[in-house]
Design a protein around this ligand. Structure first.
Ligand SMILES: Cc1cc2nc3c(=O)[nH]c(=O)nc-3n(C[C@H](O)[C@H](O)[C@H](O)COP(=O)(O)O)c2cc1C
Length: 406
């Protein structure tokens, strides 16, 4: 089901106003009035982000052997130069044999991979930017045959058997403890390397989300059954991470209703259920929630309160009182599809105004705005938006997935 992009706001003309420090390293700069709320600073841990734009985590499969290369360093540096206030790295795998599910995904453990990440952090900081890694375990998405050890199956809350072969094994308590410890170690390493926080990947059908979702979690122990039990694994990870890092080192938690295998899936059917998931996570130490939707403007629970227009980001902010990152088709006229990775046919997604996103932020629906594909095709997207030059944005097409540095 596709829902139309909201109509552009009336005031999309480039009326310059001046706000301070709109851009890392460049000081005061005129900002198109229609998007000015996006170019206000934001307190984040020990630092202040120059603006509200966040590069969404995007897997790029360009780190052979799990080690970020010079091109990966240049790729992130280029996005900071393009004016994004906070970068979230592509998913990077924690130290567990089944954490990875795809080729050439960067690891977040081992001397060589961490040294590569250190070079990324240093390059981003040298440009005046801020960066956090997205810490990832793919859970049931892994299949035997994938690197680093092809003999290792997927791990998840419940086993999956395909053609008589167990492709995903049900995690024991020892497996659960090992994954929690690996998340905590990765977060501690992130702080040691100089990252400005860490994001936990709790979305899209990967390990944390596999526990949330009743379709993939059929356990009968303390980690399955009730919503509280299905949230327990995530809460224990957050608690362990919180204990492993400094109190002012921000923990961002990304979650979604949708899964790669089912865009209409839901972990919370009602706002009340959402609160039962998010409240314990906030209590365990999450500082910022990153609400992954495919279209940031869609009502999350249209039947709630007799027809609520509120988005998942707005509900999350209201239920937890925590800062929220919204994301999903910002500045684009087409929703993110997992199938785009496999589809070799060229396709293009047109740039659109982001005035409405700026208004939603100003209204208090969310605090930060994640941008994904628009930044792959055009690293200068943020500067062009700031300057009211959306017409000059390079449209996203599939070819952008093949290149790292533009
Ligand atoms: C190439 C690509 C790779 C992605 N990899 C990840 C990932 O590693 N982790 C994650 O949480 N989301 C990932 N996503 C989802 C994005 O973070 C984002 O939520 C999605 O693209 C919607 O934002 P957009 O419409 O601005 O592109 C990926 C998206 C794309 C296009």
């Amino acid at each position: 089901m596709d829902t139309a992009t909201p109509a552009p706001a009336a005031n999309s003309g480039a009326t310059p106003v001046t706000t301070p420090a709109a851009q890392p390293g460049t000081g005061a700069h005129p900002v198109n009035a229609a998007v000015a709320p996006l170019f206000q600073p934001f307190a984040f841990g020990r630092h202040t982000l120059a603006n509200r734009l966040v590069m969404a985590p995007m897997t790029r499969n360009k780190s052979p052997g799990g080690v970020p290369t010079d091109d990966v360093v240049a790729y992130y540096r280029r996005r900071v130069r393009g004016g994004v206030g906070l970068l979230i790295t592509e998913g990077t795998t924690i130290n567990h044999p089944a954490a990875n599910g795809y080729p050439q995904v960067p690891a977040f453990h081992g001397e060589a991979a961490l040294a590569g990440w250190k070079r990324v952090v240093d390059a981003v900081h040298a440009e005046g930017g801020r960066i956090i890694p997205q810490l990832w375990h793919v859970g049931i998405a892994r299949r035997p045959g994938v690197e680093p050890d092809p003999g290792v199956p997927g791990y998840g809350p419940s086993a999956i058997v395909a053609d008589g072969v167990e492709v995903v094994r049900a995690m024991t308590q020892a497996d659960i403890d090992a994954v929690i410890a690996a998340f905590a170690q990765a977060a501690a390493d992130a702080e040691r390397l100089g990252f400005d926080g860490a994001e936990l990947h709790g979305a899209h059908g990967y390990i944390i989300d596999d526990f949330f979702w009743e379709q993939t979690n059929r356990r009968t122990d303390a980690y399955g059954g009730s919503l509280e039990n299905r949230t327990r694994f995530a809460v224990e990870i957050v608690r362990a991470v919180r204990a492993a890092v400094s109190p002012d080192f921000p923990i961002v938690f990304r979650f979604s209703q949708w899964k790669g295998v089912d865009y209409n899936a839901r972990i919370a059917q009602t706002p009340e259920e959402l609160g039962r998931i998010l409240t314990p996570l906030a209590g365990a130490g999450v500082d910022v929630f990153h609400v992954s939707t495919r279209r940031y403007w869609e009502p999350a629970f249209p039947d709630a309160d007799g027809g609520s227009p509120d988005t998942l980001a707005a509900w999350t902010k209201r239920l937890t009182g925590k800062p929220v990152i919204a994301v999903g088709s910002v500045g684009l006229d087409g929703a993110f599809k997992v199938g785009m990775f496999a589809n070799r046919d060229a396709f293009e997604v047109k740039p659109t105004d982001v005035d409405q996103a700026a208004q939603a932020l100003a209204r208090g629906d969310f605090d930060l705005l994640g941008v994904g594909r628009a930044l792959l095709s055009d690293p200068d997207w943020a500067i062009k938006v700031r300057d009211g030059r959306v017409g000059e944005v390079i449209p996203f097409d599939r070819a952008a997935l093949d290149r790292l540095v533009v």
